[in-house]
Design a protein around this ligand. Sequence first.
Ligand code: FRU
Length: 478
Amino acid sequence: MAFTTEQRYRPYADWPAEYVEKIKKNTALSPWRTQFHIETPHGLLNDPNGFSYFNGKFTLFYQYFPFGAAHGLKSWVHTESTDLVHFKETGTVMYPDTPLDSHGAYSGSAMQFGDKLFLFYTGNVRDENWVRHPYQIGTLMDQQGNIEKLNNVLIDQPDDVTDHFRDPQIFDYQGQYYAIVGGQNLAKKGIIKLYKAVNNDYQNWQYIHDLDFANDNTAYMMECPNIVFVEGKPVLIYCPQGLDKHVLDYQNIYPNMYKIGDDLDVEKAVLINPTPLQQFDYGFECYATQPFNAPDGRALCISWLALPDMDYPTDKFDYQGCLSLVKELSLKNGKLCQNPVADMVKLRKSEETFAEKQTTNNVYELNLEFSPNQRHEILFMADNQGHGLNFVVDTEKGEIIVDRTNCGEKFAEKFGTVRRCDIEPKHATARIFMDQSVFEIFINDGEKVFSGRVFPNQDQTGIRILQGQPTGSLFNLT
Ligand code: FRU
């Protein structure tokens, strides 16, 4: 169903319980429900929010519109985990229910202060003329999961930005808290503003400056900016909407990109000596990645595996969107690598030698090796007509291709159905997670990652080797 503005912003209490029951049943009929990726029982999931460690557990929230596959009035759903593999959802904890977030509790981050978790987020407000007022506001969550909204604006909309000003990320730099907020300046260019918590008080934010990160000034808005420290280096991960493709070519409607700095000058607001811009993920879906530095020393992150302003085949089942696996960030020769957290091996039920096979469903993990000087081609989710998700590892040319052109239900064709990247022409490896309608492919120990969705037909459950000799293991995960 196409949602009207009235429906998208209708108060939660005005939706009849029978309607919610109806769409929940419809969602359960979907053949594409994932088994180990976070998705919703109905409605739309978008950005991961408030990824943090609190009360002896990993805490993670996500943006949620419960009433169908549409971007409407957003709330925060809470989940928790001890191993970052199994997440327990405890329900919606933060509703858009105050004058400071009346039109959506938008994205944000979290940090523990004392025995409470401080949630720093954007209150999206529309006035009677439908003019948007973005407020950076806060909430405290206690150990029982009770929410106490602070009811005062922590950072107001500055004079030099438009109403696009959101997604505060709080981070710790050498014991001092800072925050960055994404925005659009009056020249309609994307910027990132840096603030400092005076005396480390999360209620007292002092503006420092627009962050200098050698911005090419082509994007019109920076959504979801985050700074995370990977092996001591600051990495800026953000979504530069409208980025000029001459700066860096990409095909997705909106990109998720990153730069690595040598250091961060927090007094002058400079990411020192940043690398050129790089794609965070080479696949079809990956957005609003949220990293954080965990107390155990790991740099962790999780992404939204869908994109804004898109329709998906699951929409007819009244739901949309899922989150990625939790990925651990590291550096290799100055390049950012992403790998699934070590505990992902817990999902392995049995191991077999990789070979062509018919699976009962598309839920498995692969650990593959590709010999040098050879083009290797595998068809996943294959049917008898030779259609499926095509995966090429060309160790001669030095190229990876993921092609979803002929896999199941067609969607987003306008943005291209093939993705590729270069690799070094030599022996290569791939670790692949398949989960019914999700793939996450980690090339060469996470040097390059391809994430995306596919919506296979019922008969598309085979694995065929079309060229080359990929070797390795298949792990059944169910
Ligand atoms: C990114 C985003 C954020 C915003 C949130 C609203 O996907 O647009 O900028 O806070 O989603 O749900």
